[in-house]
Design a protein around this ligand. Sequence first.
Ligand code: NAP
Length: 278
Amino acid sequence: MEMLGKEGGSGVTVVAASSRLENSQDVAAELDEIKPTHVLNAAGLTGRPNVDWCESHKEETTRVNVIGTLSLIDLCAQRNIHVTNFATGCIYHYDDDTHAEGNGVGFTEDDPPNFDGSFYSQTKAIVEKVIVATGYSNVLQLRLRMPISDDLHHRSLVTKITKYEKVVNIPNSMTVLHDMLPVAVALGRANMSGVYNFTNPGAISHNEILGMYRDVVNPSFTWKNFTLEEHDKVVVAKRSNNELDSSKLKSACAEVGVELVEIHDAMRGVFVRMAEAQ
Ligand SMILES: NC(=O)c1ccc[n+]([C@@H]2O[C@H](COP(=O)([O-])OP(=O)(O)OC[C@H]3O[C@@H](n4cnc5c(N)ncnc54)[C@H](OP(=O)(O)O)[C@@H]3O)[C@@H](O)[C@H]2O)c1
């Protein structure tokens, strides 16, 4: 969790929070000490080595992802502090109907979640439902998916799929952090609120990403595919695959004067910067 302190001069003071989400008295004390104008919350339990951990640690996951997150939002609401909550779009899965894989019809912010295959995703859907039902006006709820950094960080999707023995090949909406984090800051500073799909427009498949990685970064790279059915046999919790609609986010971006980069262009940018840094 990071807190943006009060703006002073031309800059913004940013403070990394030290309290734990489930310790609400500590969170309250830290808010009262720092008195931030904005809180950026990227804290959450995601499980190690992966979300399968959450299946066998449901109380801990609930304590942080549901109770802790809602407590932070409520404490901020009582103090008139804006919260940018980095949430997830992994609450949807392609269906055989309106949102079939590859038909380009993305889930909107108004579509009810249809993926509960992992406890982790369930906790995220619960929080969002409460935020919407309560109508917290201080919350900007950003639904990220499969975040990608430029640096092969171990949590980046590119790192994960270049290291797996086999990968599925499914188009998905994804969040390239280089392009999208400035968008989050711009929306937060404009005190926007509500739920937004927070992915680069469009969808890109695993093979398209790995092909770009080979072409731009590592010419000797090879990979093997397997089917979703084969994939599901080696994990405990199911994983969601979906495309999210970007219309609402595009309108918000137009209001604050920032542009969104289409996912293929964004992904190519990641690999160009990665190759330059080698
Ligand atoms: N990576 C993804 O694929 C993805 C996709 C969509 C959304 N998200 C969401 O984005 C957020 C960040 O994801 P990530 O990939 O960066 O996860 P991560 O690598 O597991 O990092 C989670 C962060 O949350 C902190 N944290 C965990 N429990 C906490 C607690 N009780 N109180 C305060 N801080 C706590 C951790 O700090 P410590 O190390 O000190 O515990 C760590 O800095 C999560 O909410 C996740 O659900 C992630």
